[in-house]
Design a protein around this ligand. Structure first.
Ligand SMILES: Nc1ncnc2c1ncn2[C@@H]1O[C@H](COP(=O)(O)OP(=O)(O)OP(=O)(O)O)[C@@H](O)[C@H]1O
Ligand SMILES: [Mg+2]
Length: 375
């Protein structure tokens, strides 16, 4: 096992705009880091530079304290699992698992022991003598994982290993990857564009946009305090509501709604306001109590998810989504309320989070806020 240090790493392909710009990530021994971001943001490029499959334009990559910029991929002591994990079709599962070790001239008894151990962990025992074509997609994926595990590398690098699987299988494989990584404790760098996969797998996640880091943090910290409107709209489903507002003293105007924040805010004038769909409730009849801001929502349409209903509508001319309980009462126009502490503020120009942190606020006022909404 090993630490991975990515220090001011950049990649410029053929003199074009940089694909990765000055990325700093320090990965602890045994940590599971997920790189997440939209298509083209540089995730694979960064991973491939760590793997040694892509040259590093500038900066340094260290694995286990050793600078590996000029070290061949095979000598970096890492194992990769790709989206297209191409198993050797003419080999059995056992031979597929053993192949890399054989190539490295590992002694036969050692190979057998490691293959047996990986097969046990991944529950591949019954399939060891089958060819890949006689396996389901999920089983093949497990063989691909097994090939990485038998190597006992100091780090795993994953590039969207689950994206070829159907939705249900992805969820179960996600669980297996997490369980496995817990068990073997190997440092892992995992690439996905799926924010849910990132949230559920990561010890810490790294949100990338346009080759740059937007935010690094533990999933719930990122969820509760997104560093920018980009992160706010990328992490969490449905995406955080982002609307334009105006701050005057301690008052916030969002379209027709006027919300008393109860305290001064370190900025005035135009601001981007964020609030999550699940933090909105149908406002109690008879107006609002203390720490709640109310907005009139004109309902456009409702999505029934079974466990909840997503109500899509507008406040003034800005779209807002509200997640309500499955049996919440609906009407064409209804007041919705959000606890003041659950409001996020972002600079209207740059999109960066503003200091009046809703996180501290909501951690101390949650219970009171909920009571007030329930009243
Ligand atoms: N070999 C290459 N030559 C030139 N440009 C490239 C090359 N590989 C990637 N790029 C560009 O670099 C940027 C980052 O690509 P990269 O493959 O790292 O994105 P990604 O985040 O992995 O996206 P995806 O989620 O679609 O896999 C993109 O703009 C891409 O077009
Ligand atoms: Mg990619």
């Amino acid at each position: 096992m090993a630490t991975i240090e990515i220090d001011k790493v950049s990649k410029v392909y053929h003199g074009n705009v940089p694909a990765v710009s000055e990325v700093d990530i320090s990965i602890a021994d045994g940590e599971f880091i997920v790189l997440v971001g939209p298509s083209g943001c540089g995730k694979s490029t960064l991973l491939r530079m760590v793997a040694g499959l892509e040259t590093i334009s500038s900066g340094t990559v260290r694995i286990g304290g050793r600078v590996v910029n000029d070290v061949e991929p095979a000598d970096r002591d890492i194992a990769m699992v790709f989206q297209n994990y191409a198993l050797y079709p003419h080999m059995t599962v056992r031979e597929n698992l053993a192949y890399g070790l054989k190539n490295r001239r590992t002694p036969k008894p050692e190979i057998e022991a490691r293959v047996a151990e990986a097969a046990r962990m991944l529950e591949l025992g019954p399939y060891l003598d089958r060819k890949p074509r006689a396996l389901s997609g999920g089983q093949r994926q497990r063989v691909a994982m097994g090939r990485a595990i038998v190597r006992q590398p100091s780090a795993f690098l994953f590039d969207e290993p689950l994206s070829n699987l159907d939705a249900k299988l992805r969820v179960s494989m996600r669980g297996e990857i997490k369980r496995l990584q817990r068990r073997v404790g190997t440092t892992s760098l995992y690439v996905t564009h799926d924010q849910l996969e990132a949230m559920t797998l990561a010890d810490r996640l790294v949100v990338l946009s346009g080759g740059r880091i937007e935010q690094i943090g533990r999933p719930l910290d990122v969820y509760h305090a997104p560093a920018s409107t980009f992160v706010a709209s990328f992490i969490g489903s449905p995406a955080m509501n982002l609307v334009q507002g105006e701050l005057h003293g301690s008052r916030l105007a969002i379209g027709p709604a006027l919300i008393d924040l109860g305290k001064a805010v370190p900025t005035q004038g135009a601001v981007t306001v964020g609030f999550r769909a699940e933090d909105l409730q149908v406002a109690a009849p008879g107006g609002t109590a203390g720490h709640v801001g109310t907005m009139p929502l004109r309902v456009d349409y409702v999505e029934e998810l079974g466990s909840q209903r997503l109500v899509h509508g507008t406040v003034g001319d800005q779209t807002v989504t509200v997640a309500l309980g499955a049996d919440a009462p609906l009407s064409g126009e209804m007041p919705v309320a959000v606890p003041i502490g659950r409001l996020h503020f972002f600079d209207a120009e740059t999109g960066r989070r503003l200091a009046w942190s809703s996180v501290e606020a909501h951690r101390t006022t949650t219970a009171a806020d909920l009571l007030e909404i329930a009243r």
